[in-house]
Each structure stands twice: as structure tokens, then as C-alpha cells.
Unconditional design. Sequence first.
Length: 367
Amino acid sequence: MATMNEKDYYEILGVSKDATSRDIQKAFQQKARKLHPDVNKEPDAEEKFKEVSEAYAVLSDEQKRARYDAMRSGNPFAGAPSASPYGGGYAGSAGYGNPFEGGFPFGGAWGQQRRSQAAYNPENGANVVVDIKLDAKEAKGGARKTVRYTRFDTCGHCGGSGSVSSEHAHTCPSCGGRGHIDVDLSFLFGAGTFQSVCPECGGSGKVVADPCPDCGGSGRTRVTSEQTIEFPAGTHDGDEVHIDGMGHAGTNGASGGDLVGRAHVEAERLEGKARTGFYLMGIVAPFLVLSAISGVFSAFAMMCFVPFAMGLFMVLSDGVLHRSLLWWKRGAMQFANGFANGFMFALVSVWFASCSQRAMLSPYAMQ
């Protein structure tokens, strides 16, 4: 989700940066009428309506607009009043401090930009999956493989919290911790309010207290790691080996994911033209069987030999002599899957042909 200062709310509403409150309200009315889901049935109308409502919720509020302008300019003092609209005011004469009581994503004694996203949202890190090729000998006897991969690791500067101060997070000043902002639509649609996800905290209700300059407040940085993965004897294609904690680190101190080494054993992997060939033979086979039994589709049965032969050729041309027993089992399963689907089609076709034949002969039977 794009954050508050990653979106140009002025451009979304189609107004200039010095637009008056009346201009903003008028622009919102025009766009909201066109994009409201009850009026506009286009697939992306609802998403655009939410975006327009979000822009209006920020720009129609003087305090939020001043905060947004400051965030966009990269200057914590731009557009700020003599006292912070979010409480706390300016720091003492010893330094400029943060005029937005720590929730503002810019800080430092000289107003240095720190990060563009201050949302505090701990989420567990994802696994990193690496496909590792093994030949038949390595799969049978076991093997050790060293891999290099890119992942997110815990930030060394902030320890993974995302904040360089002892206070990790505080309530989002834009939404008050609710995770959403309310847009008053009573002047446009008669009554009620529209809720939109808070653009500053991303719906979590919290923002990083003092964003780390190294990780931008996420609590993790991108690194290149090297790890040795040991596959046991008797490994088969698709088997996985997990190494705890060596995947992506979680955001804002959450648990990390695992490194997953997935075995790619060529001799056991059924893919490409061989997989298609088994399925093609399976889906055609029922037509050949039922045609031979009923005699209804004798001419059609001859036509079915062509795709069946094509499927057989695709399988045989994939080097079947070097394939393992597991490869043949997977091929048989693919053939069975195609056979089940083809059998249903064949039954319907035979039934339809029989009914048509009886319908054509019924007038002669009545004479």
C-alpha cells in the first residue's frame, strides 16, 4: 500500500497545491459523483473512489494538510504552524527536535529526512525458497549444497524494532489508533461517512516512534547470505529441507521465516511435453475404448489415434530410459487424470449419438 507521502493527493483530486478549501471540496464532489460504485460500474471504480476519498480526508483538514505538505517537501518545518497541531510543540533551544511529537517521519537536529513510511506493523517474515538441482546419485546418497541468496535481515542499527529510541511505537496521530479515517460525505450523498484505511499507519493504528535511518523504520535491511543445505539420503524431487530463521526477517521485531531448500531431481520430475503427453493419451483413451465397445464412433475412433500417437511420441521423446520409478508413477497419475476427464466426455458423446440415432429411426419404426 502506498503511504501518505508516496501519493500526490493534489493530483488525485486534480487541484493545485495552493487550492482553497472550497476548490478541494468542489473537486471532490465532481470526482466522487463520477466514481461512486452505485453510479460507476467499472471494475476499478470502487478503488478510485476510495483513493479520492482518502485524498479529500487529508486535504480538507488543515492540520492533516499541513502535515502532508511537510512530508512531501522533505522539510519537517514546511507548512507547520508555530505549535504542532499534534501536540508537543517544538523542542527546547538545545535542538530543533521533532515538531510532530515523534510520529512525523522526519527528524534529527537539522531536519534530515529519515524515511517515507512510518507505519508500525509487525509481520512475520516470509520463507525464502531455493530450488537446488540434484542428480540421481546425489538424491540417492545425500548431498551438501551451498547457496547464495538475497534476503531481508534484522537491522543491526535498531535491533529490528525500526526505532532508534527506547519507545518503539506510538499511536498514529492521523487516525488516533483506529487504523482508518472518516470522510464526511453528508454534503454529497445526504448522510453518512465513508471509512478509508489510514494512509499514514497503513491500518495498524501505530507509527514508528523514531524511524531508524538504516532500515527506514521497517526493522530489516537487504543482505546477501550464504548457507549450506544438507539433503539426506533417499531425497526425492520436491522434498524440502528447512533451516530455521534464515529466511526473511519480520518487520518491526516480528518472527523471521525459514530458508527452504527444495530438491530438483531431474530424473523424477515430470514436466513439459512429457506431462502433456501423458494427459493427452489419457483424455483420448476413453473414446477409443467406448468406440470399440459400442461401434458408434468407428470413424471417429480412427481420428483419435492421431492425438494418442502424438501424446505417445511426446512421452517417448523425453528420455524415458533414464527416468526413475517415481517419474513413471507421476506419469500414470497424469494419465489417470486425463482418462477421468475424457471418460465423462466420451459417455456424453456416446449417449448423444445413440439418442440422435434413435430419433432418426423412430419415424420408420412407427410405419
